[in-house]
Design a protein around this ligand. Structure first.
Ligand SMILES: C[S@@+](CC[C@H](N)C(=O)[O-])C[C@H]1O[C@@H](n2cnc3c(N)ncnc32)[C@H](O)[C@@H]1O
Length: 331
């Protein structure tokens, strides 16, 4: 594989190679089985990713989406801390390594350790990483560890916990967030962009703040979230190109889909969080852009940016859901 490919394309190529030779019907069946297990009552006592076909299905079907979600979160961290570069990274519940691919794409040279209780997930993650041609990924360490049972992770500059909290008991959820806060200078927690995913992120956010960390993104402040629980949920969206397996399982001919995610990034070092964050897809009307914002001092607010605002209006037209507002340099 080509070491100069951006990680998103290198990941697609590695996944395509993985599926090569796997009969499409068999891959689709494995995905169906996996979707059914994830719908089941979680948490489970044993890994959902039990064998290679589960793991291959997970990787081919979900990894591009979880990768893009984490990539967006890391972009927000980089915007809040442009000069910070992590030397070490621990990916808790890292599975086949989606977050580690995103970290390797965001910074050069972070030494990554992936922790997971599923041996088949670690084995396939290692295989994909070796095929990546990306030096940081190829050098990653893949270790078996069970959240809440294995010793807490060693200190690391960056800790990621991506799409894991949903699979844990409340006690293990609290334990893993506390362990991440104790180990990391920066902690990135990502969950599906659903009301319950948001609830888990908010609980994690409170624990990270209680552990002495500051919020770098998406929130413009460390105060309580202004969303009244049960009325709405803070989530964002990342565009993911669909693979042929996706099209086969989901039907239709769309070339992409939007992965919805909720997240929080907390740090022990100073950052410059956004003045406000765009919390919905901006609505572009004739001569005006409507922005739903979460602001530093005024909670949730709707701004109407019109042509009269000149450069700010042009910036608003280019602004996306999840972006900082105003864009850096425009305030
Ligand atoms: C939905 S997958 C997410 C994988 C990866 N972080 C990503 O973003 O694609 C959840 C991962 O958490 C791992 N996991 C779940 N419960 C765990 C536990 N108690 N200890 C360690 N890993 C666990 C699973 O094996 C699986 O790899």
């Amino acid at each position: 594989m080509n070491a100069t490919l951006p990680t998103s394309e290198a990941l697609r190529a590695a996944l395509a190679a993985l599926l090569d030779g796997l009969p499409p019907k068999q891959a689709a069946l494995a995905v169906d089985r996996l979707i059914a297990s994830y719908r089941g009552t979680t948490p489970t006592d044993a890994p959902i990713l039990r064998d290679r076909s589960d793991v291959a299905a997970y990787a081919a079907y979900r990894m591009p989406a979880t990768f893009e979600a984490v990539r967006s979160c890391l972009a927000a961290l980089r915007e809040a801390a442009p000069d910070w570069v992590p030397a070490t990274h621990t990916d808790i519940g890292g599975g086949t390594g989606a977050a580690s691919w995103a970290v390797a794409g965001a910074w050069d040279g972070a030494r990554t350790t992936v922790l997971d209780w599923s041996e088949p997930a670690l084995a396939l993650g290692r295989e994909l990483a070796e095929a990546s041609g990306v030096p940081g990924l190829r050098a990653a360490t893949w270790e078996r560890a069970r959240i809440g049972v294995s010793p807490d992770p060693d200190p690391a500059a960056l800790v990621t916990v991506s799409y894991v909290l949903k699979e844990l008991t409340p006690k293990d959820r609290a334990a893993v967030v506390d362990a991440a806060a104790a180990a990391g200078q920066a902690v990135v927690i990502v969950e599906p962009g659903t009301p319950d995913g948001y609830d888990r992120v908010i609980e994690a956010r409170e624990r990270l703040i209680a552990a002495g960390m500051g919020i770098a993104a998406p929130c413009p402040h460390d105060e309580a979230c202004p969303i009244e629980r049960g009325t709405d949920w803070c989530h964002f969206s990342a565009r993911v190109s669909r693979s042929s397996l996706h099209r086969q399982v989901k039907g239709g001919s769309l070339s992409h889909e939007d992965e919805k995610f909720s997240y929080v990034v907390a740090t022990r070092f100073p950052t410059v969080p956004a003045g406000a964050r765009v919390t919905r897809r901006p609505q572009i009307r004739k001569g005006q852009v409507l922005l739903e914002l979460c602001t530093k001092d005024e909670g949730l607010r709707r701004d109407t940016v019109t042509k009269r605002h000149g450069a700010l209006y042009r910036a608003a037209r280019d602004t996306a859901w999840g972006d900082a507002w105003p864009p850096p340099g425009e305030d």
